[in-house]
Design a protein around this ligand. Structure first.
Ligand SMILES: *Cc1c(COP(=O)(O)O)cnc(C)c1O
Length: 372
Protein backbone atom coordinates (compact mmCIF):
# COMPACT_ATOMS: atom_id res chain seq x y z
CA UNK A 1 0.00 0.00 0.00
CA UNK A 2 1.34 3.43 -0.85
CA UNK A 3 2.23 5.77 1.98
CA UNK A 4 -0.41 8.29 0.88
CA UNK A 5 -3.15 5.67 0.79
CA UNK A 6 -2.05 4.47 4.22
CA UNK A 7 -2.34 7.98 5.68
CA UNK A 8 -5.71 8.49 4.01
CA UNK A 9 -7.11 5.21 5.37
CA UNK A 10 -5.84 5.88 8.88
CA UNK A 11 -7.42 9.33 9.09
CA UNK A 12 -10.57 8.20 7.35
CA UNK A 13 -11.13 5.41 9.87
CA UNK A 14 -10.27 7.50 12.92
CA UNK A 15 -12.52 10.32 11.76
CA UNK A 16 -15.53 8.06 11.33
CA UNK A 17 -15.13 6.63 14.87
CA UNK A 18 -14.63 9.52 17.24
CA UNK A 19 -17.43 10.63 19.57
CA UNK A 20 -15.56 12.97 21.90
CA UNK A 21 -14.58 16.00 19.81
CA UNK A 22 -16.68 18.93 18.55
CA UNK A 23 -15.91 18.41 14.87
CA UNK A 24 -18.78 17.92 12.43
CA UNK A 25 -17.97 15.28 9.87
CA UNK A 26 -20.89 15.32 7.44
CA UNK A 27 -19.23 17.34 4.70
CA UNK A 28 -18.05 16.67 1.19
CA UNK A 29 -15.99 19.36 -0.47
CA UNK A 30 -14.61 17.27 -3.32
CA UNK A 31 -15.99 19.72 -5.94
CA UNK A 32 -13.29 22.13 -4.70
CA UNK A 33 -10.47 19.69 -5.51
CA UNK A 34 -9.36 21.70 -8.59
CA UNK A 35 -8.47 24.59 -6.26
CA UNK A 36 -5.69 22.42 -4.82
CA UNK A 37 -3.77 23.15 -8.00
CA UNK A 38 -3.87 26.92 -7.57
CA UNK A 39 -2.00 29.48 -5.47
CA UNK A 40 -4.69 31.13 -3.35
CA UNK A 41 -3.86 33.78 -0.80
CA UNK A 42 -6.07 36.26 1.05
CA UNK A 43 -3.13 38.33 2.31
CA UNK A 44 -4.15 41.27 4.50
CA UNK A 45 -7.49 42.89 5.22
CA UNK A 46 -10.51 41.20 3.57
CA UNK A 47 -11.98 44.60 2.67
CA UNK A 48 -8.86 45.91 1.03
CA UNK A 49 -7.70 44.42 -2.29
CA UNK A 50 -4.03 43.58 -2.71
CA UNK A 51 -1.72 43.95 -5.70
CA UNK A 52 -1.68 40.15 -5.52
CA UNK A 53 -5.13 39.26 -6.80
CA UNK A 54 -5.27 35.52 -6.26
CA UNK A 55 -7.72 35.79 -3.41
CA UNK A 56 -11.25 34.83 -2.38
CA UNK A 57 -11.87 38.05 -0.43
CA UNK A 58 -15.24 38.60 -2.12
CA UNK A 59 -16.67 35.39 -0.65
CA UNK A 60 -14.79 35.98 2.61
CA UNK A 61 -16.71 39.27 3.02
CA UNK A 62 -19.97 37.42 2.37
CA UNK A 63 -19.08 34.88 5.06
CA UNK A 64 -18.34 37.69 7.52
CA UNK A 65 -21.60 39.37 6.61
CA UNK A 66 -23.55 36.14 7.28
CA UNK A 67 -21.97 35.79 10.72
CA UNK A 68 -22.54 39.46 11.52
CA UNK A 69 -26.20 38.88 10.73
CA UNK A 70 -26.68 35.80 12.94
CA UNK A 71 -24.86 37.69 15.71
CA UNK A 72 -27.40 40.54 15.57
CA UNK A 73 -25.29 43.07 13.72
CA UNK A 74 -24.22 44.05 10.23
CA UNK A 75 -21.00 44.90 8.46
CA UNK A 76 -21.84 48.58 8.92
CA UNK A 77 -20.86 48.20 12.57
CA UNK A 78 -18.68 45.13 12.74
CA UNK A 79 -15.66 43.96 10.82
CA UNK A 80 -14.00 40.56 10.72
CA UNK A 81 -12.00 37.98 8.84
CA UNK A 82 -11.63 34.23 8.41
CA UNK A 83 -8.93 33.00 10.79
CA UNK A 84 -7.00 29.76 11.21
CA UNK A 85 -9.32 28.79 14.05
CA UNK A 86 -10.82 29.76 17.38
CA UNK A 87 -7.43 30.33 18.99
CA UNK A 88 -6.43 33.02 16.51
CA UNK A 89 -9.80 34.76 16.93
CA UNK A 90 -9.34 34.81 20.70
CA UNK A 91 -5.81 36.14 20.33
CA UNK A 92 -7.15 38.84 18.02
CA UNK A 93 -9.97 39.84 20.37
CA UNK A 94 -7.54 40.11 23.25
CA UNK A 95 -5.15 42.12 21.08
CA UNK A 96 -7.87 44.64 20.18
CA UNK A 97 -8.83 44.80 23.86
CA UNK A 98 -5.26 45.47 24.92
CA UNK A 99 -4.90 48.27 22.38
CA UNK A 100 -8.01 49.94 23.82
CA UNK A 101 -6.65 50.64 27.31
CA UNK A 102 -3.69 51.30 29.53
CA UNK A 103 -2.90 48.51 31.95
CA UNK A 104 -6.08 46.46 31.74
CA UNK A 105 -6.75 43.23 33.65
CA UNK A 106 -8.24 40.19 31.91
CA UNK A 107 -10.75 38.07 33.84
CA UNK A 108 -11.51 34.54 32.67
CA UNK A 109 -12.72 31.36 34.29
CA UNK A 110 -10.69 28.27 35.08
CA UNK A 111 -12.80 26.33 32.52
CA UNK A 112 -11.41 28.49 29.71
CA UNK A 113 -9.66 26.77 26.78
CA UNK A 114 -5.99 26.00 27.44
CA UNK A 115 -4.83 28.21 24.54
CA UNK A 116 -5.99 31.42 26.23
CA UNK A 117 -3.26 31.38 28.87
CA UNK A 118 -0.68 31.26 26.10
CA UNK A 119 -2.44 34.09 24.23
CA UNK A 120 -2.33 36.23 27.37
CA UNK A 121 1.33 35.45 27.78
CA UNK A 122 2.07 36.40 24.15
CA UNK A 123 0.25 39.69 24.65
CA UNK A 124 1.83 40.25 28.04
CA UNK A 125 -1.57 41.02 29.52
CA UNK A 126 -2.19 41.05 33.25
CA UNK A 127 -4.81 38.43 34.00
CA UNK A 128 -6.73 36.74 36.78
CA UNK A 129 -8.29 33.29 36.75
CA UNK A 130 -11.77 33.20 38.22
CA UNK A 131 -13.21 30.06 39.82
CA UNK A 132 -15.77 28.00 37.90
CA UNK A 133 -18.99 26.49 39.14
CA UNK A 134 -19.49 22.71 38.87
CA UNK A 135 -21.26 23.05 35.51
CA UNK A 136 -18.30 24.94 34.05
CA UNK A 137 -19.87 28.43 34.21
CA UNK A 138 -17.84 31.27 35.72
CA UNK A 139 -18.38 31.81 39.48
CA UNK A 140 -19.96 35.27 39.69
CA UNK A 141 -19.26 35.69 43.43
CA UNK A 142 -15.59 34.98 42.91
CA UNK A 143 -15.51 37.35 39.92
CA UNK A 144 -17.13 40.05 42.03
CA UNK A 145 -14.64 39.73 44.87
CA UNK A 146 -11.72 39.86 42.41
CA UNK A 147 -13.15 42.94 40.69
CA UNK A 148 -13.36 44.78 44.00
CA UNK A 149 -9.60 44.38 44.35
CA UNK A 150 -8.90 46.01 40.98
CA UNK A 151 -11.70 48.53 40.58
CA UNK A 152 -9.29 51.18 39.33
CA UNK A 153 -8.12 49.13 36.33
CA UNK A 154 -9.82 48.73 32.94
CA UNK A 155 -11.40 45.27 32.83
CA UNK A 156 -11.36 42.82 29.92
CA UNK A 157 -13.94 40.07 30.32
CA UNK A 158 -13.06 36.93 28.42
CA UNK A 159 -16.32 34.98 28.43
CA UNK A 160 -17.04 31.41 27.44
CA UNK A 161 -20.02 30.80 25.22
CA UNK A 162 -19.67 27.06 25.49
CA UNK A 163 -16.69 25.77 27.49
CA UNK A 164 -14.65 22.98 25.94
CA UNK A 165 -15.44 20.34 28.54
CA UNK A 166 -19.09 20.96 29.50
CA UNK A 167 -20.37 23.55 26.97
CA UNK A 168 -21.18 25.99 29.78
CA UNK A 169 -22.23 29.54 28.93
CA UNK A 170 -21.16 32.52 31.07
CA UNK A 171 -24.10 34.81 31.81
CA UNK A 172 -23.53 38.24 30.29
CA UNK A 173 -26.39 39.80 32.27
CA UNK A 174 -24.74 38.85 35.55
CA UNK A 175 -21.39 40.21 34.33
CA UNK A 176 -23.09 43.47 33.33
CA UNK A 177 -24.64 43.59 36.79
CA UNK A 178 -21.17 43.44 38.33
CA UNK A 179 -19.84 46.10 35.92
CA UNK A 180 -22.68 48.37 36.97
CA UNK A 181 -22.44 47.66 40.68
CA UNK A 182 -18.76 48.63 40.80
CA UNK A 183 -19.11 51.42 38.24
CA UNK A 184 -16.38 49.99 36.01
CA UNK A 185 -16.00 52.68 33.36
CA UNK A 186 -13.48 51.08 31.01
CA UNK A 187 -14.30 47.55 30.00
CA UNK A 188 -14.19 45.25 27.01
CA UNK A 189 -16.16 42.05 26.45
CA UNK A 190 -14.80 39.27 24.28
CA UNK A 191 -16.76 36.06 23.73
CA UNK A 192 -15.10 32.75 23.00
CA UNK A 193 -17.85 30.96 21.07
CA UNK A 194 -15.56 28.45 19.36
CA UNK A 195 -18.13 25.69 19.24
CA UNK A 196 -21.42 27.45 20.07
CA UNK A 197 -21.11 30.53 17.87
CA UNK A 198 -23.27 29.08 15.11
CA UNK A 199 -25.62 27.21 17.46
CA UNK A 200 -26.33 29.63 20.32
CA UNK A 201 -28.17 32.14 18.06
CA UNK A 202 -30.83 29.44 17.61
CA UNK A 203 -31.11 28.07 21.15
CA UNK A 204 -34.31 28.72 23.09
CA UNK A 205 -34.02 30.71 25.31
CA UNK A 206 -31.20 32.36 23.40
CA UNK A 207 -28.13 33.03 25.56
CA UNK A 208 -27.08 36.68 25.67
CA UNK A 209 -23.75 36.83 23.94
CA UNK A 210 -23.89 38.79 20.70
CA UNK A 211 -23.51 42.36 19.42
CA UNK A 212 -27.08 43.24 20.45
CA UNK A 213 -25.81 42.78 24.02
CA UNK A 214 -22.93 45.16 23.48
CA UNK A 215 -20.03 42.73 23.18
CA UNK A 216 -16.83 44.05 21.58
CA UNK A 217 -15.55 40.96 19.78
CA UNK A 218 -16.23 37.27 19.28
CA UNK A 219 -14.33 34.26 18.00
CA UNK A 220 -15.89 31.17 16.41
CA UNK A 221 -14.28 28.03 15.00
CA UNK A 222 -15.31 27.12 11.45
CA UNK A 223 -14.19 23.50 11.51
CA UNK A 224 -16.22 22.61 14.62
CA UNK A 225 -20.00 22.82 14.15
CA UNK A 226 -19.86 23.64 10.44
CA UNK A 227 -16.97 21.28 9.82
CA UNK A 228 -14.38 20.99 7.09
CA UNK A 229 -11.04 19.46 6.14
CA UNK A 230 -8.94 22.46 7.21
CA UNK A 231 -9.11 24.19 10.60
CA UNK A 232 -10.53 27.71 10.29
CA UNK A 233 -12.57 30.27 12.19
CA UNK A 234 -14.27 33.63 12.17
CA UNK A 235 -13.42 36.66 14.26
CA UNK A 236 -15.72 39.68 14.42
CA UNK A 237 -15.16 42.95 16.24
CA UNK A 238 -16.69 46.38 16.42
CA UNK A 239 -15.26 48.49 13.63
CA UNK A 240 -13.90 51.14 15.96
CA UNK A 241 -11.54 48.58 17.53
CA UNK A 242 -10.19 47.43 14.17
CA UNK A 243 -9.76 51.05 13.05
CA UNK A 244 -7.54 51.66 16.08
CA UNK A 245 -4.91 49.19 14.87
CA UNK A 246 -5.08 49.59 11.07
CA UNK A 247 -1.78 49.90 9.19
CA UNK A 248 -1.21 50.32 5.49
CA UNK A 249 1.55 48.30 3.78
CA UNK A 250 2.80 49.31 0.34
CA UNK A 251 4.60 46.01 -0.44
CA UNK A 252 1.37 44.06 -0.79
CA UNK A 253 -0.82 47.12 -1.34
CA UNK A 254 -3.29 46.16 1.37
CA UNK A 255 -4.01 46.87 5.03
CA UNK A 256 -2.24 44.84 7.68
CA UNK A 257 -5.11 44.29 10.08
CA UNK A 258 -4.88 40.51 10.49
CA UNK A 259 -2.57 38.45 12.73
CA UNK A 260 -0.87 36.60 9.89
CA UNK A 261 0.16 38.14 6.57
CA UNK A 262 -0.62 35.41 4.05
CA UNK A 263 -3.98 33.90 4.82
CA UNK A 264 -5.89 30.83 3.74
CA UNK A 265 -8.11 31.54 0.74
CA UNK A 266 -9.60 28.07 0.54
CA UNK A 267 -11.33 28.01 3.93
CA UNK A 268 -13.43 31.15 3.23
CA UNK A 269 -14.55 29.44 0.02
CA UNK A 270 -15.61 26.28 1.90
CA UNK A 271 -17.44 28.29 4.58
CA UNK A 272 -19.18 30.26 1.86
CA UNK A 273 -20.21 27.02 0.10
CA UNK A 274 -21.69 25.76 3.39
CA UNK A 275 -23.66 28.97 3.86
CA UNK A 276 -24.90 28.92 0.24
CA UNK A 277 -26.05 25.33 0.63
CA UNK A 278 -27.53 25.40 4.14
CA UNK A 279 -28.14 29.03 5.07
CA UNK A 280 -29.62 30.07 8.38
CA UNK A 281 -32.49 27.58 8.14
CA UNK A 282 -30.07 24.73 7.52
CA UNK A 283 -28.00 25.72 10.55
CA UNK A 284 -31.12 25.73 12.70
CA UNK A 285 -32.16 22.27 11.48
CA UNK A 286 -28.65 20.98 12.13
CA UNK A 287 -28.66 22.36 15.65
CA UNK A 288 -32.08 20.81 16.42
CA UNK A 289 -31.05 17.41 15.13
CA UNK A 290 -27.86 17.46 17.18
CA UNK A 291 -29.74 18.54 20.30
CA UNK A 292 -32.12 15.62 19.85
CA UNK A 293 -29.26 13.14 19.57
CA UNK A 294 -27.66 14.64 22.68
CA UNK A 295 -30.94 14.31 24.62
CA UNK A 296 -31.20 10.69 23.48
CA UNK A 297 -27.59 9.97 24.51
CA UNK A 298 -28.07 11.52 27.94
CA UNK A 299 -31.30 9.59 28.54
CA UNK A 300 -29.87 6.25 27.41
CA UNK A 301 -26.75 6.65 29.53
CA UNK A 302 -28.90 7.24 32.58
CA UNK A 303 -30.99 4.21 31.70
CA UNK A 304 -27.94 1.97 31.90
CA UNK A 305 -27.01 3.53 35.23
CA UNK A 306 -24.31 5.97 34.12
CA UNK A 307 -24.22 9.39 35.73
CA UNK A 308 -24.71 11.74 32.76
CA UNK A 309 -25.85 15.38 32.39
CA UNK A 310 -25.94 18.34 30.00
CA UNK A 311 -26.04 22.09 30.28
CA UNK A 312 -29.17 23.66 28.73
CA UNK A 313 -29.74 22.22 25.23
CA UNK A 314 -26.04 21.36 24.98
CA UNK A 315 -24.71 19.01 22.34
CA UNK A 316 -22.12 17.92 24.89
CA UNK A 317 -23.14 15.07 27.17
CA UNK A 318 -20.91 14.86 30.25
CA UNK A 319 -20.55 11.39 31.72
CA UNK A 320 -18.63 9.33 34.24
CA UNK A 321 -15.44 8.33 32.53
CA UNK A 322 -15.53 4.75 31.21
CA UNK A 323 -12.40 2.55 31.04
CA UNK A 324 -9.33 3.80 29.20
CA UNK A 325 -9.97 1.14 26.57
CA UNK A 326 -13.40 2.61 25.78
CA UNK A 327 -12.09 6.17 25.82
CA UNK A 328 -9.50 5.11 23.31
CA UNK A 329 -11.89 3.18 21.08
CA UNK A 330 -14.32 6.12 20.81
CA UNK A 331 -11.69 8.87 21.15
CA UNK A 332 -13.32 10.44 24.20
CA UNK A 333 -11.56 13.40 25.80
CA UNK A 334 -11.54 13.20 29.58
CA UNK A 335 -10.70 15.41 32.52
CA UNK A 336 -10.42 14.01 36.06
CA UNK A 337 -13.21 11.42 36.27
CA UNK A 338 -15.44 12.88 33.57
CA UNK A 339 -15.57 12.37 29.83
CA UNK A 340 -17.87 13.78 27.19
CA UNK A 341 -19.64 12.80 24.02
CA UNK A 342 -20.30 15.65 21.62
CA UNK A 343 -23.26 15.02 19.32
CA UNK A 344 -22.05 16.80 16.21
CA UNK A 345 -23.54 16.41 12.73
CA UNK A 346 -22.13 13.26 11.19
CA UNK A 347 -22.46 11.15 14.34
CA UNK A 348 -25.19 8.56 13.84
CA UNK A 349 -27.53 7.13 16.44
CA UNK A 350 -26.16 3.65 15.72
CA UNK A 351 -22.69 4.82 16.80
CA UNK A 352 -24.13 6.05 20.10
CA UNK A 353 -25.93 2.70 20.47
CA UNK A 354 -22.68 0.80 19.85
CA UNK A 355 -20.98 2.88 22.54
CA UNK A 356 -23.86 2.26 24.96
CA UNK A 357 -23.62 -1.46 24.33
CA UNK A 358 -19.89 -1.49 25.04
CA UNK A 359 -20.37 0.59 28.17
CA UNK A 360 -23.16 -1.72 29.39
CA UNK A 361 -20.88 -4.75 29.01
CA UNK A 362 -18.19 -2.95 30.94
CA UNK A 363 -20.60 -2.13 33.77
CA UNK A 364 -21.82 -5.73 33.81
CA UNK A 365 -18.27 -7.07 34.18
CA UNK A 366 -17.51 -4.54 36.92
CA UNK A 367 -20.70 -5.59 38.73
CA UNK A 368 -19.76 -9.28 38.56
CA UNK A 369 -16.28 -8.54 39.90
CA UNK A 370 -17.63 -6.71 42.94
CA UNK A 371 -20.01 -9.61 43.67
CA UNK A 372 -17.37 -12.33 43.49
C1 LIG B 1 -11.83 24.53 20.41
C2 LIG B 1 -11.87 25.69 21.30
C3 LIG B 1 -10.94 26.74 21.17
C4 LIG B 1 -9.81 26.67 20.19
O1 LIG B 1 -10.28 26.70 18.91
P1 LIG B 1 -9.39 26.18 17.69
O2 LIG B 1 -10.31 26.37 16.56
O3 LIG B 1 -9.04 24.74 17.98
O4 LIG B 1 -8.17 27.04 17.62
C5 LIG B 1 -11.06 27.83 21.99
N1 LIG B 1 -12.04 27.90 22.90
C6 LIG B 1 -12.94 26.92 23.07
C7 LIG B 1 -14.01 27.07 24.10
C8 LIG B 1 -12.88 25.78 22.29
O5 LIG B 1 -13.78 24.80 22.47
Amino acid sequence: MSRIKEIYDRISEASSNFLGYPLAKDFNYSEFAPFLNLCINNVGDPESPSTLSIDTKDVEREVISFFADILSSSTNDVWGYVTNGGTEGNLYGLYLARESFNNPVVYYSESTHYSVKKNLHLLNLKNIVVRSQDNGEIDYDDLESLITLHRDKPAIFFLNIGTTMTEAVDDLDKIKGIIKKYAIKDYYIHCDAAFLGCIAPFVDPKPKFDFAEGIDSISISGHKFIGGPIPCGIVLAKRKHRNRIVNSVSYVGTLDTTITGSRNGLTPLLLWAFIEKHGKEGLIARARKSQELAAYTEMKLREIGVNAWRNNEALTVVLEKPSNALCKKYQLASENDMAHIICVPGIEKCQIDAFLEDYTKELFIAERLTHN
